[in-house]
Design a binder for this molecule. Structure first.
Ligand code: HEC
Length: 122
């Protein structure tokens, strides 16, 4: 009898965990929080990303309006597309005003990778 009760408790705890995982909307694109925090620092550094000059996003201390708001971009673009956009925006649009951060070596691939992670959290 005792054993059955213990089994039931464990089983329902496991089900609860499964339920939480299923409810988390970001399961398809899990984000590394530490990397994202590092990316935010580079993105908001005036001499590095300086993204808020042109983009608005939740928590931005300046609301740039040259580019589209970055909030919710992860619903439209994949991780790779976001990386490519930051690395060289001229690939998607030769007339863009967004600087080709990677091509011009303003940001390293490592920095762009971190910024991409941060963009996924917006
Ligand atoms: C000088 C202005 C400028 C700066 C600085 C800038 N962007 Fe952009 N960005 C744009 C514009 C304009 C677009 C619209 C697309 C185009 O022009 O082809 C864009 C598009 C994007 C997109 C695609 C959005 C979508 O909905 O399709 C992403 C993602 C993006 N930028 C991220 C960034 C990040 C991250 C930074 C900082 C590292 C940054 N941008 C810095 C101007 C800028």
């Amino acid at each position: 009898m005792r054993k059955t009760a213990k089994f039931l408790t464990t089983a329902s705890a496991a089900l609860m965990l499964l339920g939480t995982a299923a409810l988390t909307p970001t399961t398809a694109m899990a984000v590394d929080d530490e990397l994202a925090a590092a990316g935010k620092k580079v993105a908001e550094n005036r001499k590095k990303g300086n993204c808020f000059t042109c983009h608005d996003y939740t928590g931005a201390h300046l609301a740039g309006n040259m580019g589209p708001p970055l909030t919710g971009v992860s619903k439209r673009l994949s991780r790779q597309q976001i990386f490519n956009q930051i690395f060289d925006a001229t690939k998607a649009n030769p007339n863009t005003t967004m600087p080709p951060f990677g091509k011009h070596e303003v940001l390293s691939k490592k920095e762009i990778n971190a910024i991409t992670e941060w963009v996924l959290t917006l």
